[in-house]
Design a protein around this ligand. Sequence first.
Ligand code: KG4
Ligand code: ZN
Length: 339
Amino acid sequence: MAIILGIETSCDETSAAVLKGDELLSNVISSQIDIHRRFGGVVPEIASRNHLTAIVPVIDEALSRAGIEKRELDAIAVTYGAGLVGALLVGVSAAKALAYSLGVPLYAVNHIEAHIAANYISTPQLKPPFLAVVASGGHTGVARIDGLNSFTMIASTTDDAIGEAFDKVARTVGLPYPGGPEIDRLAKTGKRSIAFIDRNGKKRKNGELSYSGLKTAVINYMHNLEQRGETPVVPDICASFQAEAVDMLVDCAMHTAERSGIKTVVAAGGVSANSYLREKLNAECEKRGLEVHFPPMSLCTDNAAMVAVRARGMMQENVPPASLDLNAVSYLKIPTASD
Ligand code: KG4
Ligand code: ZN
């Protein structure tokens, strides 16, 4: 049974995990959220510096919690994109050094594929084909998974990602970074009373996915209140924005599911921790007799367990490992059928 060390440093979490076959032995996450909060978002240079100081202790902690010695490792897996290049490079360099010194293969992992693969840990019986509702800070859409190493994007946002919209709206209404969890929390005490996008009574187009207009509508709404000297009811703004953002993604997922005939749906990425998204996706899948799975909270946001399990899939189907001149890439997506 292969023992894999996963490493993740694409944004503001430094993480290392040890996976032995089906068993997750450790998943250590050192978050920089408190450091970036006072800047209202992730500062790339500060993220890289903090990854540098955290990476060795985090790897050591993951090995020690797993009760595994470095020499027992069979492979090293690392996120090489998408993300902040300076941040990714810290993980990539550490992974290359370990792979070289231990003489084991190095697997280069796509961050979004890893978010999807996280579901194999929480739902070990999960088998392709299935659809993944991808909802993260940088990517949003619906992917089709036809095999351990077959990922195709079938619907994507035409502009912003859903997490980006959550964070921007949160900032506009005065909530701290990261805004997604704050909106989730406040929305529970608010009412869905504001229609930010006026569609003249018409319904959203089937499969439509776009967040820039919704984000701007909330910003304009806040400006108008300010000009009139009125006080915003922040929980209602959160509840209304969240419902509109999530409904659009869930509708797109259901439209895609109906067209593809695939009966299993999973959620992936940081925004899949959102309580309304979980509730809504569950309810819509249940109505249609679709099976649905969500990773637990600890596997929704960035973590290295998902990187290790993605590499396990590569090893199972003999996908060639990366060479030691692997580099970090900021822009990396899941291809569409026409790519
Ligand atoms: O997947 P992720 O950890 O990092 C990227 O790959 O981008 O996603 C981060 C995003 C952030 O925008 C954060 O605000 C959002 O996930 N997020 C949430 C919740 N928890 C994290 N958004 C809405 N509700 C949540 N509970
Ligand atoms: Zn992520």
